[in-house]
Design a protein around this ligand. Structure first.
Ligand SMILES: Nc1ncnc2c1ncn2[C@@H]1O[C@H](COP(=O)(O)OP(=O)(O)OP(=O)(O)O)[C@@H](O)[C@H]1O
Length: 263
């Protein structure tokens, strides 16, 4: 089993706040892993470091044999780390096809000069991009809305388009940040099925942040649990579910919330 991502003692400080503290985890190729934890636990900050959005304050990350400290943040997508965002980050006035095409930009090597001198290469890249986008549209079962303007689509459909855009960059590792929050049960089940197919049919390893415990428990191979920036547990869904530290982290959060409400 090949380790695709290794995170060692990763930390991130925002001024005096330790958002992520000494977190270590490994993701094996072909796994679906989840990162869970109460609000403010540091999950998104961890994802932002793994996807190059934030530079860590300390620690080390290795992806597919490459030390990520040596990779420019703008190259993370090109080396195979794709992601979706907690809040939709789509071009609302663009069509579904146009939005998914933007995910291909990391694969376009041609620049303006190329476009003038080597028209052939630009043209073949364009054809490859279009073919990839068509394949994704079929895979995500969104042929019927391919030419629709994204802003007119339902939230669930927009989330599917965002997933398509992340797939367009042909990631080896796909980071999914709260894909199903705000979705109804049917949309949630669709996403769970797509995540399984992304791993099984496209061979892409998945690391997801998720609050919806049913999807976490149903489809994860491994679960990593954060609380107050630290990793407090790791294991199979069944192991994590019966870990007292995990129950306490969630109950503690609810108790604090209840105290705030009562105050
Ligand atoms: N850019 C920032 N500047 C300052 N503090 C930040 C910043 N980003 C996150 N934080 C703080 O870091 C901590 C961890 O936040 P983070 O968003 O990573 O948690 P989370 O587990 O993803 O939470 P949620 O489940 O609510 O999305 C929080 O206390 C948050 O307020």
């Amino acid at each position: 089993m090949t380790r695709l991502l290794t995170v060692e003692n990763l930390s991130k400080r925002f001024g005096g706040l330790q958002a992520v503290v000494d977190v270590s985890l490994a993701v094996t190729q072909g796994e679906i892993c989840s990162v869970i934890g109460p609000n403010g636990a540091g999950k998104t900050t961890l994802f932002n470091m793994i996807s190059g959005v934030l530079r860590p304050s300390g620690g080390r990350m290795t992806f597919d044999g490459t030390d990520l400290a040596a990779v420019s943040p703008s190259r993370f997508a090109a080396i195979g780390i794709g992601r979706t965002f907690q809040n939709l980050a789509l071009f609302k006035h663009g069509t579904v096809v146009e939005n998914i095409l933007t995910g291909r930009h990391t694969h376009l090597r041609s620049n303006v000069l190329d476009a003038v001198i080597f028209f052939g290469r630009t043209r073949s890249e364009e054809i490859a991009a279009r073919q990839r986008v068509e394949h994704i549209i079929e895979f995500l079962e969104i042929e019927h809305i391919r030419d629709a303007v994204v802003g007119t689509l339902s939230y669930g459909q927009q989330k599917r388009v965002e997933l398509g855009r992340a797939l367009a960059c042909e990631p080896k590792l796909l980071l999914l940040d709260e894909m199903v929050s705000g979705m109804n049960q049917e949309e949630t089940e669709d996403i769970a099925r797509f995540v399984l197919d992304i791993r099984d049919e496209l061979g892409i390893t998945v690391l997801m942040i998720e609050h919806e415990m049913r999807i976490v428990m149903d489809i994860s191979d491994r679960v990593h649990v954060l609380n107050f920036g630290r990793k407090i547990a790791e294991g199979t869904p069944a192991e994590v579910r019966r870990d007292p530290a995990v129950t306490e982290a969630y109950l503690g959060g609810h108790r604090a919330e209840a105290a705030r409400v009562e105050a």
